[in-house]
Design a protein around this ligand. Structure first.
Ligand SMILES: CC(C)(COP(=O)(O)OP(=O)(O)OC[C@H]1O[C@@H](n2cnc3c(N)ncnc32)[C@H](O)[C@@H]1OP(=O)(O)O)[C@@H](O)C(=O)NCCC(=O)NCCS
Length: 163
């Protein structure tokens, strides 16, 4: 499920005018970084910086997947939504795997039309296909209802150390 690999037919979604596929290098020109800045501080990256990080993530192979949504009929093909799945490989559970959903954001102009739901559900499907025994994520209390709609249940407490 490399974020850089060509999207297989099975992993894509075309049941809507909005297409969900894997991140591509050319998405740097389609507003991918600007979209992330709607989620958190995300200064622009040069094409070279973007390519370097893209290659680092590609080296993680099937353990890292970034999905993006676009309208293929739009002239600029701007990225409308994104979400990431990181697969953690464990010793416990017989060498089990855990999926971590990260960096889910839908462009402000495209919210409320089910795109966030589609992106997260697809990430969960990929985790299941990869053999993960669970998928987890962190969110604010305000997003409980949204992630419940995506099939998540509340579990445990989030803690953090920021640097
Ligand atoms: C949260 C976010 C990804 C939702 O995307 P979206 O495309 O607007 O969501 P959807 O249209 O797919 O909504 C799916 C369902 O969740 C509900 N929902 C969406 N956002 C919600 C919210 N903030 N609070 C409660 N319910 C919400 C919708 O009403 C919908 O329910 P319905 O099917 O009964 O109508 C989007 O608002 C966003 O990008 N927010 C800013 C970034 C962010 O907070 N990301 C999450 C980081 S953890």
């Amino acid at each position: 499920m490399a974020s850089t690999s060509p999207e297989s037919a099975a992993a894509g979604e075309t049941n809507d005018s909005i297409h969900i596929r894997r991140l591509e290098l050319s998405d740097h020109e389609r507003g991918f970084v600007a979209l992330l800045s709607q989620l958190s501080a995300c200064p622009d990256l040069t094409a070279s910086e973007f390519a370097t990080r893209f290659a680092e993530l590609a080296a993680q192979g099937d353990d890292h997947a970034i999905l993006v949504a676009e309208d293929p009929s739009a002239s600029d093909r701007r990225i409308l939504a994104t979400g990431c799945l990181f697969v953690e490989r464990k010793f416990l559970r017989g060498g089990g795997k855990v999926g971590h959903v990260e960096d889910v954001v839908v462009d402000a102009a495209a919210r409320g039309s089910g795109l966030g739901l589609r992106i997260v559900r697809r990430l969960v499907e990929i985790a299941r296909e990869a053999g993960c025994y669970k998928v987890i994520l962190d969110c604010t209390p305000e997003l409980r209802a949204y992630y419940a709609k995506c099939g998540f249940v509340e579990k445990g407490v989030q803690m953090a150390v920021y640097f």
